[in-house]
Design a protein around this ligand. Structure first.
Ligand SMILES: Cc1ncc(COP(=O)(O)O)c(C=O)c1O
Length: 388
């Protein structure tokens, strides 16, 4: 991950665990490992840092990044909104206290059952990006309010979220017009600059282009009232990330420059920017060996579990060990617990000689980690507990 030179000074955020090794030992004894530890106070701190950095923007937490009840209920208590994509996410949000009027359904390609179940539960705001989806919505749920998702280009993001969804700016007016001819009510635009965006200037460029489109749509009689700037706020992994304050300030300036004169509702759908840092994984060394002269350590969580983000999210997680004695540090391989040879957590982190049963802490495990874990090989996914 390369960070632009002009951002280096703002990259003051490094990955930090939400607990120390003493507490980790106690929790591991009590609940077992692997264990995802959620810090409510860290989540609240992050939520308010982002709220303050984006004045006037309502935050719809992207539940897909982590639908854990501890996270959803904490954000609900702070009066956040929630972005859902399925009935499963809707249920998780309802169970955590969110009401349907605080939800936005952002999946641009919904099955009929997904659409109907969420509609019947009371959700009224949905997203679409093409005419086929418009026809489905017009047939089953014609009275909903809609945002048109746009495909945008953002060079600094690790994950391109316009490759699969989003109408191009060029085709947007024709999708709007066809949707209107079907009787649909499109109220605004949404976009996503891509996940783990490293340069907030990307938002400014996109916002300028979206404003031109907005004006064109208004001149054609569309009554637009909502701009949704998606997710994208980055989190620190092995690489540092810009602070929420500095990143948000640039995004906020972009919003003011391009949309400040309109008095419209502005919303965002942050996932990892809210959920990543509040969770630390406790994992245990369950075996060791020397293979071809190199130390190997086997731990009780791997790429089929909480480290699924290595594949699905291109994330690289730091492995933290307890500083004790004068242990020499060296190159090693850290592997997960399944029988798959591809279940490798790290080949390039320098660690001391680890003992079987020793604990490791892995910070920034709150987004796209436990959420995409599977019980492959019959090994259970990590439990989660909430502290403070
Ligand atoms: C539609 C939509 N909104 C929000 C998000 C959350 O993005 P991020 O985690 O980058 O904030 C995603 C991530 O995939 C998404 O697809």
């Amino acid at each position: 991950m390369i960070i632009a030179d002009h951002l280096v000074s703002t990259c003051a955020r490094t990955a930090r665990p939400v607990l120390d090794f003493d507490l980790a030992e106690q929790l591991a004894d009590r609940y077992g490992t692997p264990l995802l530890v959620v810090s409510r106070s860290k989540l609240i701190e992050t939520y308010w840092a982002m709220k303050n950095a984006l004045p006037g923007v309502d935050l719809y937490y992207a539940a897909k990044s982590n639908p854990d009840q501890h996270i959803l209920s904490t954000l609900c208590a702070e009066n956040a909104f929630v972005d859902i994509c399925s009935y499963g996410e809707l249920r998780a949000a309802l169970d955590s206290g969110f009401t349907p009027d605080r939800m936005l359904h952002t999946h641009p390609c919904k099955t009929v059952s997904n659409l109907m179940e969420c509609y019947q539960a009371g959700v009224r705001w949905f997203v679409l990006d093409n005419v086929h989806e418009a026809q489905r919505i017009a047939h089953y749920t014609p009275d909903v309010k809609l945002l048109l998702r746009l495909a945008v280009s953002a060079s600094s993001s690790v994950i391109n979220l316009s490759a699969k969804f989003g109408a191009s700016i060029d085709e947007a007016i024709s999708v709007l017009e066809e949707s209107r001819s079907l009787g649909l009510d499109i109220r605004g635009f949404s976009f996503h600059v891509g996940s783990q965006c490293l340069d907030p200037e990307d938002y400014r460029h996109v916002l300028r282009a979206v404003r031109q489109l907005w004006d064109q749509a208004v001149s054609k009689g569309f009554e637009l009232e909502v701009l949704d700037i998606g997710g994208g706020f980055p989190a620190p992994y092995r690489e540092s990330a810009p602070t929420i304050e500095s990143f948000g300030q640039t995004v906020s300036q972009g919003l003011q420059e391009s949309f400040g004169d309109l008095g419209i509702r502005m919303i965002a759908e942050p996932g990892r920017g809210l959920s990543a840092e509040c969770t630390t994984l406790i994992t245990r060394v369950i075996g060791k060996n020397v293979r071809s002269g190199q130390p190997w350590y086997y731990i009780d969580d791997g790429i089929y579990g909480s480290f699924s983000g290595i594949h699905f999210d291109h994330a690289s997680f730091p492995l933290l060990y307890r500083n004790q004695g004068n242990r020499e540090i060296g190159a090693c391989v850290v592997a997960g617990p399944t029988c798959d040879s591809g279940d490798i957590v790290s080949r390039d982190q320098m660690l001391p000689s680890l003992e079987i049963d020793e604990l490791l802490l892995v910070p920034t495990m709150g987004a796209y980690a436990g959420a995409s874990a599977s019980p492959f090989n019959g090994l259970p996914v990590a439990n989660s507990v909430c502290i403070d």
